[in-house]
Design a protein around this ligand. Structure first.
Ligand SMILES: Cc1ncc(C[n+]2csc(CCOP(=O)(O)OP(=O)(O)O)c2C)c(N)n1
Ligand code: SF4
Ligand SMILES: [Mg+2]
Length: 298
C-alpha cells in the first residue's frame, strides 16, 4: 500500500484571516497579516490607518479578519492604538494586544509624529509596519521607504529616486523602546516568532515587515516569496532584533551574501538602472551590512 504523505505545519493551523479579501495576486501585505495574526491570536484589536490594508479587509459589514479593526486617519495609527489601549484598561481589559498596523507611508512619513510620541511615552502598544516601499493604495507614489534607484509615479525613470531609504529602525532604536525587529514574509517562522515575542513584552514594540507588492514593483505575483527571501540573502533587508535600543542580534547569518543584481532584475521598477547605478547601490548595501555586523558583535 502506498504510504500517505503528511505535511508538518511549522505555524499554528488556526486562521484569523480568510479568503475573499480584496488584495492583488501575490500581495505580501496579506501574508504579513496572516502570519502576524497566527501569533497574536483572537484577543487582538487592530488600528489600521489609510493604506492598502484598509481596503484589503473588505467593505463594511464584511471583513476578512476575525479580530476587531478600528479604521483610523492616516497619521493616527499609533495615537489611536494608545487610545484604544487606555480605553480597554479603563474597562478592565488588560489582556487584549492592541496593534497599530500601518504601511510604510503611514509609518515612515505621515504617522511618524504619533509613533514617536507613543514610543517616547513607551505606551503599551505593538506597532507593525508592513513595508511595500511606496504609497501603493493611491497609485504608487514615492515614500521615504522607497529604495534608491526605484521608479514610482512621482519618481519617473528620468528622475528615479535618488535618496536612500530612511532608516526607520535606527530612528525607533533612538527612542530606546524595549523591542524592535525586522522581518520578511519570505521567512514565515521568523515573522511568527518575532510577533509572538513582541506580544509578551510590555511597552512600545516595533516590527518592520518587508512585504513585496507586485502591482507597485512591476514584479510577477509568483515571485513575491522569492523576492522576500532574496532581499534578506543579499542584505538589502537584513533580519535582526534590537532590545532596549542598544542590543542588536542578527536573526539570519549570511555565510555568503548574494549580489543585489538578480533581485533588482526581477522588478520592473528597477529596469532603467545602468550597471554603474547597480554598482553604487551594491557598495551602499555592503557598507550598511558591515555597519550592522559591527553593531551585532561577534
Ligand atoms: C491625511 C491623508 N493624506 C492622504 C491620504 C490618501 N492616502 C490614503 S492611503 C495612502 C497611501 C498609503 O501608503 P502606505 O502607508 O505606504 O500604505 P500602502 O497603500 O502602500 O499599503 C494615501 C496617500 C489620506 N487618506 N489621508
Ligand atoms: S497594491 Fe500592492 S500592497 Fe496593495 S493590495 Fe496590491 S499587491 Fe498588495
Ligand atoms: Mg506602502
Amino acid at each position: 500500500m502506498k504510504k500517505e504523505k503528511t505535511m508538518k505545519l511549522t505555524l499554528p493551523e488556526e486562521e484569523l484571516m480568510h479568503s475573499g479579501n480584496l488584495a492583488c495576486q501575490g500581495c505580501g501585505a496579506t501574508l504579513a497579516m496572516r502570519y502576524a495574526l497566527k501569533a497574536l491570536g483572537q484577543k487582538t484589536a487592530l488600528c489600521i490607518p489609510a493604506c492598502c490594508w484598509s481596503v484589503i479587509d473588505g467593505p463594511f459589514p464584511y471583513s476578512t479578519l476575525d479580530v476587531p479593526i478600528f479604521h483610523c486617519a492616516f497619521e493616527t495609527a499609533a495615537s489611536s492604538a494608545s487610545g484604544v489601549k487606555a480605553g480597554l484598561e479603563m474597562v478592565g481589559d488588560t489582556e487584549t494586544t492592541v496593534v497599530a498596523w500601518g504601511g510604510d507611508g503611514g509609518t515612515f512619513d505621515i504617522g511618524i509624529q504619533a509613533l514617536s510620541g507613543a514610543a517616547e511615552r513607551d505606551d503599551d502598544i505593538l506597532y507593525i509596519c508592513y513595508d511595500n516601499e511606496a504609497y501603493m493604495n493611491t497609485g504608487i507614489q514615492r515614500s521615504s521607504a522607497t529604495p534608491y534607484g526605484a521608479w514610482t509615479t512621482t519618481t519617473p525613470v528620468k528622475h528615479f529616486k535618488n535618496r536612500p531609504k530612511k532608516d526607520i529602525d535606527a530612528i525607533m532604536a533612538a527612542h530606546r523602546i524595549p523591542y524592535i525587529a525586522t522581518a520578511s514574509i519570505g521567512y514565515p517562522e521568523d515573522v511568527f516568532k518575532k510577533v509572538k515575542k513582541a506580544k509578551e513584552i510590555k511597552g512600545t514594540r516595533f516590527l518592520h515587515i518587508y512585504a513585496p507588492c507586485p502591482t507597485g514593483w512591476k514584479s510577477r505575483p509568483e515571485d513575491s516569496i522569492k523576492l522576500a527571501r532574496m532581499v534578506v540573502q543579499n542584505a538589502i533587508f537584513p533580519l535582526y532584533e534590537i532590545v532596549n535600543g542598544e542590543t542588536y542580534t542578527l536573526s539570519i547569518k549570511l555565510s555568503q551574501k548574494k549580489p543585489i543584481a538578480d533581485y533588482l532584475r526581477l522588478q520592473g521598477r528597477f529596469r532603467h538602472l545602468k550597471e554603474s547605478d547597480i554598482q553604487f547601490m551594491q557598495d551602499e548595501v555592503d557598507r550598511r551590512w558591515q555597519s550592522l555586523l559591527k553593531k551585532c558583535g561577534p
